[in-house]
Design a protein around this ligand. Structure first.
Ligand SMILES: [Mn+2]
Length: 390
């Protein structure tokens, strides 16, 4: 039996302000072609199907089209909502959709019921756990001593997985897969993932997934195995959704026989725009021939110029059509303040105009204005105020 594990489609997401609809459609079409060419029986989507709990109409239409494509190509689909999805909305019509081969596991109020998937005389059992908001689901069970356990993602997820596992133990032994949307401790995040909860309490212990033949994880956008195991992994998102996602994107192709997992392959995704962050003066970025290979990338520019450039974004886009992000980092510190950062403290209107301008320049360029610059600013302001008063 062949299964594809993917996650974090974030259908409807934009990259900065640019639409990703065509890239997402290209991914879904490619995925359907893989299903058909490789005879894939089941596609598992481990959460964050949509980017928003209330997706736009275009996003709903695109997902509909994508799921139809996978069904037409011959695969059954199993999906869970992630923290970006609304379990209630994505679970609408789930019983009827299952009749059409799309199994949506969105019941976050009850124990996950094992689902047996059969194909060509083989079978696997799935425990598909929707993303569980610790404050939106029943409280965790008390511990062995009867003491209450805190409402953390780890506790509610562990309870759900334990309950599903207990039900599995009652059934005939078949290979088992757990599907979950979680931040497993030790895994590597990128800038795109919205925190599941505040202060790092969203981490879950990998040990709570023990005993499954495969654990299909979603949430982190970087494809990665947990603990060096091929059978415990994040597929990662199909496209980069932030400038930190410079790694290649892929889906995971799993082979099962009656005894369990027999093979794992990584299928690189050949569509979508890669990302790059270019650092240098505007002149360098516009002139350096080595940057020619980034013309089709999403480009973030980190300008090291010490002075504000004229129409920098327009000029960048004349060379890099997909430049979408620009910041001045005059100290060469790529994580330095954004050019849009304003002076802190009192409301701008209430502060002396000279101070605001001097602070802005200092922050922008990383050094205090010179005396002659101060004189220039004072003169300019004086003339401007005189003109206003006149
Ligand atoms: Mn997520």
């Amino acid at each position: 039996m062949r299964i594809i594990h993917t996650s974090d489609w974030h259908i409807g997401r934009r990259f900065e302000r640019e639409s990703l609809e065509e890239d997402q459609r290209a991914f879904l079409n490619w995925l359907s072609s893989q299903v058909e060419e490789r005879g894939v029986d089941l596609v598992i989507v481990a959460g964050d199907v949509y980017d928003r709990s209330l997706p736009a109409e275009d996003a709903v239409a695109l997902l509909d089209e994508g799921l139809n494509g996978l069904r037409a190509a011959g695969a059954v689909v199993a999906l869970i909502p992630g923290n970006h999805d609304s379990a209630r909305r994505i679970g609408f019509g789930a019983v009827r959709q299952a009749l059409g081969g799309v199994h949506v596991f969105a019941d976050d109020q009850h124990v996950p019921i094992p689902w047996i998937f059969r194909s060509g005389g083989e079978q696997v059992a799935l425990i598909a756990v929707p993303f569980l908001d610790p404050y939106g689901v029943p409280a965790p069970h008390p511990d062995a001593d009867g003491a209450a356990r805190t409402r953390t993602h780890e506790h509610v997820l562990a309870d759900a997985v334990d309950a599903g596992r207990a039900l599995l133990d009652l059934a005939n032994p078949v290979p088992t897969i757990c599907v979950a949307h979680a931040y497993v401790s030790g895994a590597e995040e990128s800038e795109s993932e919205r925190a599941l909860s505040i202060g790092g309490t969203d981490r879950v212990d990998p040990a709570l997934f023990a005993g499954f033949d495969y654990v299909a994880l979603g949430h982190l956008h970087r494809p990665q195995r947990i603990g060096g195991s091929d059978a415990f992994a994040y597929s990662g998102s199909p496209l980069p959704y932030s400038f930190s996602e410079i790694h290649p994107k892929s889906v995971r192709l799993l082979e099962f026989d009656a005894n369990g997992l027999t093979g794992v392959d990584t299928l690189p995704i050949p569509v979508g725009r890669p990302v790059v962050t270019l650092t240098g003066t505007l002149e360098e970025l516009l002139g350096d021939k080595a940057h020619d290979r980034y013309l089709d990338h999403w480009v973030a520019a980190r300008l090291t110029d010490r002075t504000v450039q004229t129409q920098p974004m327009e000029r960048l886009r004349a060379r890099f059509p997909h430049a979408v992000n620009l910041r001045y980092v005059p100290t060469g510190d790529a994580d330095g303040p954004a050019v849009t950062t304003g002076p802190a403290g009192a409301a701008l209107e209430e502060r002396p105009k000279q101070d605001v301008i001097l602070e802005f320049l200092a922050e922008l360029r990383g050094h205090e204005p010179t005396d002659s610059e101060r004189t220039l600013i004072d003169d300019a302001l004086g003339s401007a105020m005189a003109a206003v008063d006149a």
